[in-house]
Design a protein around this ligand. Structure first.
Ligand SMILES: Nc1nc2c(ncn2[C@@H]2O[C@H](COP(=O)(O)OP(=O)(O)O)[C@@H](O)[C@H]2O)c(=O)[nH]1
Ligand SMILES: [Mg+2]
Length: 451
């Protein structure tokens, strides 16, 4: 694909640095190189050259790299100028490239061109950004695997299976006389459920990738003085929040980013939930409820020497029922006083973890529980990064396959074909690849139509 214009940008981070890189991509790149460097550098070799302005005055000296199309990141002619990493010097080099006919690149435009030129698919392009934004080693490793095609290759194999199935079904529709009785031997049903299983497995791995990328938020809530801030400090592994035996100590919302075996978690400490006349504390309570409503997981801390009482029931009554049912863990704190054994148990409101925020007992069980409830397993080989939109698309694809399985019973081949097409389209949305022309090509080349 040919994008008429040439783009340029400073590719390194702003600020002082040992080196700074200006990147140019597009048809004008060779002209820009010749004008600035006085020559076109040998392809893919680092050449030490002087970068000059229009009058021939040196702007900087550094390595010039010339990547002729299509063997470059974008698939176009690319010039990379590695000079000194100063704001002014880089700006001058960039402006020279712009004066020579390039325009300033939009964010992500080099990667966008790489995708449009088929250098990688959409999922891999997204992984480029995820690798740069990775907030943990595990997340970075997963993004690199996606970038290298771990996710894409599995999607491609799903699409191949779907296409193959569609070829059969569409042929049966078009040539009923050929007696391609697909339904008789149950082969289609079996292939559909195998496919369904593969999408589900892929979705589960993708979910890990989403968790690694986005993390989860855990909000600590409860009435005053039960030990919320003490637990918060434990999880943060330092004294962030003020702990006293005075009710109403915490009024602001406090946040801390932590990691549980590579899972990024934002832990939120909140004001004790109670009715109060104090204006400041009341605002704290309002904010606390707002945080709880957005939490991936709520830790309702109770003082285990008192247990779950009327105050806790009042708090629960304020929360959406669905949230309580799906996202609540009761944390029984002060086990050192109550004498209850620490660890995970089932309770009337859902899971309960008994801990002592003061001694740290039960904290390991609490982290293990948190990882388990959000569906996070310790990163292992085969992991790749993914985004929520991928999960949504995979989920929609399974819905279409489900419907396809249902239509088998009615022998409505057109409906079956349509559901398969929609499932493939959803997966194609992940990779950015599917067009109906592709499919037609596949069908005609795979089947002997004239027969
Ligand atoms: N014995 C004991 N005391 C605790 C424990 N956790 C918190 N406390 C005490 O309970 C009081 C209130 O703690 P704090 O963390 O400020 O509670 P918050 O109001 O819920 O944030 C403080 O005096 C803490 O030292 C615990 O596990 N055991
Ligand atoms: Mg507190």
């Amino acid at each position: 694909m040919n994008h008429g214009d040439t783009i340029a940008a400073i590719a390194t981070a702003t600020g002082r640095g040992a080196v700074g890189i200006v990147r140019v991509s597009g048809p004008q790149s060779a002209f820009i190189a010749n004008q600035m460097l006085g020559c076109l550098p040998t392809p893919r070799h680092a050449t030490l050259l002087t970068f000059r302005d229009a009058a021939g005055t040196p702007l900087d000296e550094g390595l010039a790299l010339w990547f002729p199309a299509p063997h470059s990141y974008t698939g176009e002619d690319v010039l990379e100028l590695q000079g000194h990493g100063g704001a002014i010097v880089l700006q001058q080099v960039l402006e020279r490239a712009l004066a020579l006919g390039a325009r300033l690149a939009r964010p992500g435009e080099f990667s966008e061109r790489a995708f449009l030129n088929g250098r990688f698919d959409l999922a891999a392009a997204e992984a480029v950004a995820d690798l740069i934004d990775a907030s943990s080693t595990a997340a970075a490793r997963a993004a690199l695997r996606s970038l290298q095609g771990e996710f894409s290759s599995q999607l491609a194999s799903l699409v191949a299976s779907l296409t193959e199935l569609r070829v059969y079904v569409e042929a049966a529709i078009d040539f009923p006389d050929e007696e391609l009785d697909l339904l008789a031997d149950g082969a289609i049903a079996e292939r559909l459920s195998r496919l369904q299983l593969r999408i589900t497995v892929l979705g589960n791995t993708a979910r890990q990738g989403v968790l690694l990328r986005d993390g989860v938020s855990v909000v600590i809530a409860g009435r005053p003085n039960v030990g919320k801030s003490s637990l918060f400090n434990r999880l943060a592994e330092r004294d962030v929040a003020i702990v006293t035996d005075i009710a109403g100590t915490t009024r602001d919302v406090l946040r801390q980013s932590i990691q549980l075996d590579g899972l990024p978690v934002t832990v939120v400490d909140t004001a004790g939930l109670r009715r109060t006349e104090d204006t400041v504390e009341r605002e704290g309570v309002r904010r606390a409820y707002a945080e709880v409503a957005q939490a991936d997981r709520i830790l309702l801390v109770v003082d285990d020497t008192c247990g779950v009482g009327a105050e806790e029931q009042d708090i629960l009554a304020e929360l959406p029922e669905a949230l309580v049912r799906t996202s609540l863990t009761v944390v029984r704190n002060k086990a050192d006083l109550s004498g209850r054994p620490v660890g995970l148990a089932d309770g009337p409101l859902g899971p309960e973890v008994t801990i002592s925020a003061v001694s740290g007992a039960g904290l390991t069980a609490l982290s293990a529980h948190l990882k388990a409830v959000v569906g996070f397993s310790t990163p292992e080989a085969g992991e790749f990064s993914a985004r929520r939109r991928h999960l949504v698309a995979l989920q929609q694809a399974t819905t279409h396959i489900d419907t396809a399985i249902d239509t088998l019973a009615t022998r409505a081949l057109e409906l079956l074909a349509e559901e398969l097409r929609l499932a493939q389209e959803r997966i194609g949305e992940i990779t950015g690849a599917v067009t109906s022309d592709d499919l037609l090509g596949q069908i005609f080349s795979g089947f002997c139509i004239g027969k």
